[in-house]
Ligand binder design. Structure first.
Ligand code: NCD
Length: 319
């Protein structure tokens, strides 16, 4: 299977085959990451720059580790402290970095579409590490890999995505990916936290956990994204937890083998009970973090192969 993309900007442009190609390679990297010596030279000689215009702990660390394990020279730009504070535009910053000849640019930005715009201006491979409410492709891919390893397949599963869907790029990328792989998706949460135009997504919508979780194979919880809310989306955190927070009672409506997921960072006692999050028999939250490194290694490796093919003058590479 050929992965012929120049960038990883979202799940939208990917085919079923592309997704499977990334996950299959990521499985191999997951094995490598469990060995004593975790090095490969897939990115040797290449430069990776991480530009995070929004706070991030695990995603930035994960991309950094992924690049280092593959032998790239990795640099983190502290964007809060850089010229952006002096009013330099996104494009100017990108052009400056472009002049340093990076091969891989990993970008997180608070505005939807900003990463696509940037990809049109630079000569390297761009990976979207989350843009506004738009997409977060590597998160959806690591979630998919975690599900595939736990359930043995990534199709014909009943998957509930719960909570603050409206503000979540994680939800959006997951809905697209899991839909492409032919799963049944339910969105569960208060109507105020459902995005408009949800009918076009081909999902079922529930505003109560008992019905929404009934017999599902996967329960994916989302963080209440307060920083993206500008008004009264929920009555109170206590009320929210009572109605939509995942606790043992609500989880009992799901299939007895259902796994519990959360992209992090978690608000314990708001969208999820701490004990459920830590229950190694149900929660795969740690595996998600582990698979994150493997998926990012796979994505950067595939993009780097295309960079090299292009440099060698063979191979048509799509955007
Ligand atoms: C998510 C994000 O940044 O979109 N976190 C992450 O990448 N691990 C979800 C969130 O912030 O709630």
């Amino acid at each position: 299977m050929v992965f012929d993309h120049a960038h990883l900007l979202g799940i939208e442009p990917l085919s079923q085959g592309d997704i499977t190609t990334i996950l299959d390679l990521a499985d191999q990297y997951a094995d490598l990451n469990r060995r004593d010596v975790k090095h490969s030279d897939a990115l040797a000689g290449l430069t990776q720059i991480n530009m995070f215009f929004e706070n991030s702990t695990r995603t930035q660390a994960s991309f950094e580790l992924a690049g280092k394990r593959l032998g790239a020279d990795v640099m983190n730009m502290a964007m809060q402290a850089s010229s952006i504070k002096k009013g330099e535009t996104l494009i100017d910053t990108a052009m400056t970095l472009n002049a340093m000849h990076p091969d891989l640019l990993v970008v997180r930005h608070p505005q939807s579409g900003a990463v696509d715009l940037l990809a049109q201006k630079v000569n390297c491979a761009v990976l979207n590490a989350g843009d506004g409410r738009h997409e977060h492709p590597t998160q959806a891919l690591l979630d998919a890999l975690t599900i595939r390893r736990a359930k043995g397949r990534l199709h014909r599963l009943n998957i509930a995505i719960c909570g603050d869907i409206a503000h979540s790029r994680v939800a959006r990328s997951n809905i697209i990916l899991l839909g492409k792989m032919e799963n049944r998706i339910r969105l569960v949460g208060p109507p105020t936290l459902m995005p408009s135009g949800i009918d076009a997504f081909g999902v079922e919508v529930y505003d109560n956990m008992e019905e929404g979780l009934r017999d599902v194979d996967v329960v994916m919880m989302l963080r209440l994204q307060r920083e993206r809310m500008d008004g009264g989306f929920i009555p109170s955190e206590r009320e929210y937890y009572f109605r939509y927070g995942l606790d043992a009672e609500k989880l009992s409506f799901a299939s007895p083998e259902a796994i519990v997921m959360h992209p992090g960072p978690m608000n314990r006692g708001v969208e999820i009970d701490g004990e459920i999050a830590d229950d190694i028999n149900r929660s795969v939250i740690q595996e998600q973090v582990e698979m994150g490194v493997a998926v990012r290694m796979a994505a950067m490796d595939l993009l780097a192969r295309n960079l090299r093919a292009r440099a060698a003058g063979n191979g048509e590479v799509m955007a």
